[in-house]
Ligand binder design. Sequence first.
Ligand code: CTP
Length: 232
Amino acid sequence: MSVLKNKRILITAGPTREAIDPVRYISNHSSGKMGYAIAEAFLKQGAKVVLVSGPVNIQLQHPNLKLIPVTSAFEMYVACNFHFMETDIAIFAAAVADYKPEIVAEKKIKKAGDEILIKLVKNPDIAFEFGKIKRDNQLSIGFALETNDELINAESKLRCKNFDMIVLNSMNDAYATFEYDTNKVTIIQKDLVSKEFPVKNKTEVAVDIIKEIASIIMQRQFYSSQVIDTSF
Ligand code: CTP
């Protein structure tokens, strides 16, 4: 996959944590394994990777890797903002918390009464924001984790966030998604052609994903070389 050599890649990975008070937060079960496996697969192809990662238990070091650890969705957005303009391919693999507590208590919230209400407000939708400013020479790839109406929901995310490709995980597939080392994905292209893959190790899934990305780049190069110069 020589087309990926020296490409500048931006990857979001892992969960985000949204603080409630100094000792509590809202988060999700994302392990970050898929995003890190994609980072490794790109590094093996000679790409340069910026990995903006929520809190995970994975170590990854490489001379061509810049790891930016973040905690909240807002921090993830700010870190991506620094790098998006000089990115060739952005992969939004993080499980970003869509909402955060409106107010973060300065001190630990003490137990009182039978109920507690925490008002949540919207976080930035990182993929959506960069989808609005994406240039024609940039690719953006998203993920969709769905429990129902999987294809319909994934296709609608692909359009809404201006992705060039989306990787669908279904929560209904055994041995796929959070915590597991395996995953089962369906890859949907911008023209809505979809390809279903069998259950595989996340390292192998990452290779399938970057192969699909390489083929989009090769197709684009082929079509741009076919453009006839009518200027004379
Ligand atoms: N995403 C993001 N920022 C967010 C929410 C999602 O960058 N605040 C990205 C994810 O990394 C993923 C894609 O958008 O690539 C879809 O994420 P998902 O959580 O499946 O979709 P949502 O848009 O949050 O919709 P919902 O939770 O309602 O399914």
